[in-house]
Each structure stands twice: as structure tokens, then as C-alpha cells.
Design a protein around this ligand. Structure first.
Ligand code: GTP
Length: 317
């Protein structure tokens, strides 16, 4: 009778281990496999007989042995469970992901729990690892993260020129202005505007005007440093913030950009288009209380460059 009931118990335990939708692995103190359930067999194609009493690190050399032993140690010594989520480490056992071919992931993401298995004497001679398939959660989370990154990128970039857009640039300008207020470094602001844009649009059409705007964006990007903060401010107007750069250096650069543009030819619908720009420059002054004052001074310098006949650079006093 006793044999019957223990057989029955073995039977239902076997069924339970077989049907449960999580991986169950029992390891002894030498990390030799004692239990390997159906889930593990299905995903690894290793039947229990092949892995029984084998060291898990020998069968799965991909497992970072030092890391795993450090993680498992508290289960043996402190008798406390350990949790590792996929965001800390994507997986313990590298299993293929049985998702459609269009799925963005190629392996199963896993959450794992390691808990101690105490014997009747209370000593922990074995640990049990439970492996949960967290792939769906990971796909959703990673998808959202990627989408957020794309949205953030889009919200910073001007689509016509791929320079920063006005909103993001103004945020950076304000931050830089606050930094300048503390450090009083000789930084400069340059505003560039295409001359006679209305005439260009009227003569060649709005798309041709767009091609010119795009071309100027490329010239600005090429001529400035990575630390300069460049944007298409609005329409045919661009702004470049140049941290730690005195006005004298910027005037030299502005003249170079002006000459580059003068010689630059944009091709639109097989028509060669030439254009010029005017540039206003203003250095940071510590008495400014708001960044808009600085911008206004540079914008006035631009207006004076236009009034002086266009294709000009004007530096604010
Ligand atoms: N193609 C194109 N044109 C634009 C864009 N944004 C603004 N414009 C045009 O730029 C022109 C600006 O005209 P104005 O402010 O009179 O300046 P302008 O003709 O460039 O003359 P000056 O600045 O005085 O040299 C207008 O005709 C706008 O329609 C744009 O994104 N693409």
C-alpha cells in the first residue's frame, strides 16, 4: 500500500514537472544537474538522461560561471532566494525564441529565481532554479523603448535639414546661457539667414527654396564643430551657438561660411542655383538676465548685415 502511494506521488510529481510552463532545474553543490523538467528538455533538446549528474557549466559553456556562482551562493549559504530579471541579464540558458520570424528578438528572455532546497536536517545541499519565459514582456518593453527613442529623436530634429529644430535648440540655448552666467566664458551666437528667399521661391518654386535651405544646413554642419549647437531656427533662418568661442574667432568662421555659400551650387530639377547669406553675431555679455536678450542682439546684428547690402557679416558691439 505504502509502495502504491509513493508510486502515485512520483507519478503526479512527474506529470507536474512535465506540464508546467516554466523551466525547473535542480543542481547539487557541485552544480551537477539533478532535475531537468520537460520545459528545459523542449527548449534545449537535451533529455534528462543526457544531462543527469552532469555539471551544468560543462553542458552549457555559455553560462558565465563566476557570475552564476556568485548569484547562487546566497541560496546555499544564507538559505535565501535570489531573483534575476531579464533586464539585469537577458537569459541564463540560451534558448531560441519560438516567436514568428518577424519578431525583433532571436532568443528567449528569462526571469530566474534560485531558491534553496533544504534537507530534513536543514542543510542546503541543492538549489532549484526556476526559469520563466519573459520574452513577450521584453519584446513589449524593448519595442516601447525603441519607439520612445525614435520619438525623442524626431522631436529634436528638423526634418528638412536634420539639424536640431528650434524647440530643442532653444532648450539647449537656455541651458548654455545658465552655464555661461556661472562661468562667464566667452561664448558666441551666430544667426544666418538666406538672402532674398522670397525671390528664389517666386522664381524657382518653393521646392527649389527647400533644396537651398537643405544645402545651407549641410554647409553649416560641415563648417562648425561638434560642440557647436546648430539648428534651423525658422524658415530660412539658422542659429549656431558656439560655447567657449570668442566673437573674434566666430567672425572669422562666419566670413568663411559666407564665402563657402557664395561659391556653393545647389542643383534642383537640373537647374543650378546659387544664393548668398547674411550673418549676425553676438558674444555673451554677463549682464544679460535672459537668453532672449542675447538672441535679440544677434538678430539685430543680422538685420544690420542685411541693411548693409546682404551677403554680409555683422558683429554686434
Ligand atoms: N522654400 C521655403 N521657403 C521658405 C521657408 N520658410 C520661409 N520661406 C520663405 O522665405 C521667405 C522669407 O521672406 P522675407 O522674410 O521677405 O525675406 P527674404 O525674401 O529672404 O529677404 P531678406 O531676408 O531680406 O534677404 C518667404 O517667402 C517665405 O515663404 C521654407 O521652409 N521653405
Amino acid at each position: 500500500m505504502a509502495i502504491d502511494s509513493s508510486l502515485a506521488e512520483m507519478h503526479w510529481k512527474h506529470d507536474l514537472l512535465g506540464s508546467i510552463e516554466v523551466g525547473i532545474v535542480v543542481l547539487d553543490k557541485k552544480y551537477n544537474v539533478q532535475v531537468w523538467n520537460q520545459f528545459m528538455e523542449n527548449h534545449s533538446n537535451i533529455v534528462p538522461g543526457m544531462i543527469q549528474d552532469k555539471c551544468v557549466f560543462d553542458v552549457f559553456p555559455d553560462i558565465d560561471k563566476d557570475w552564476f556562482m556568485r548569484k547562487a551562493e546566497p541560496a546555499f549559504t544564507l538559505k535565501s532566494p535570489v531573483f534575476v530579471i531579464w533586464e539585469q541579464r537577458p537569459y541564463l540558458f540560451k534558448f531560441d525564441c519560438n516567436r514568428p520570424i518577424t519578431s525583433p528578438v532571436s532568443h528567449m528572455y528569462q526571469n530566474i529565481t534560485i531558491f534553496p532546497l533544504a534537507s530534513l536536517s536543514g542543510a542546503v545541499e541543492q538549489i532549484c532554479i526556476i526559469i520563466y519565459d519573459a520574452t513577450n514582456e521584453a519584446i513589449n518593453r524593448l519595442g516601447v523603448q525603441e519607439l520612445n527613442a525614435q520619438i525623442e529623436e524626431i522631436s529634436r530634429i528638423d526634418t528638412l535639414t536634420t539639424l536640431l529644430n528650434r524647440r530643442y535648440w532653444l532648450e539647449q540655448f537656455d541651458l548654455e546661457f545658465k552655464r555661461e552666467k556661472r562661468t562667464e566664458n566667452p561664448s558666441s551666437l551666430m544667426i544666418l539667414d538666406i538672402d532674398n528667399m522670397k525671390g528664389i521661391n517666386d522664381t524657382y518654386g518653393y521646392p527649389a527654396g527647400d533644396t537651398i535651405i537643405n544645402g545651407l544646413g549641410k554647409v553649416i554642419e560641415k563648417a562648425t564643430r561638434e560642440t557647436d549647437v546648430c539648428c534651423r531656427y525658422e524658415g530660412q533662418k539658422f542659429a549656431v551657438l558656439m560655447p567657449d568661442t570668442p566673437v573674434a574667432n566666430v567672425e572669422f568662421l562666419a566670413q568663411r561660411i559666407r564665402r563657402l555659400v557664395e561659391k556653393f551650387t545647389v542643383v534642383h530639377d537640373q537647374i543650378n542655383l546659387n544664393f548668398t547669406i547674411s550673418i549676425g553675431i553676438a558674444g555673451f555679455i554677463p549682464t544679460y538676465t535672459e537668453c532672449s536678450q542675447w538672441f535679440k542682439v544677434a538678430d539685430n546684428a543680422l538685420r544690420q548685415a542685411k541693411e548693409a547690402g546682404r551677403n554680409n557679416v555683422f558683429v554686434a558691439e
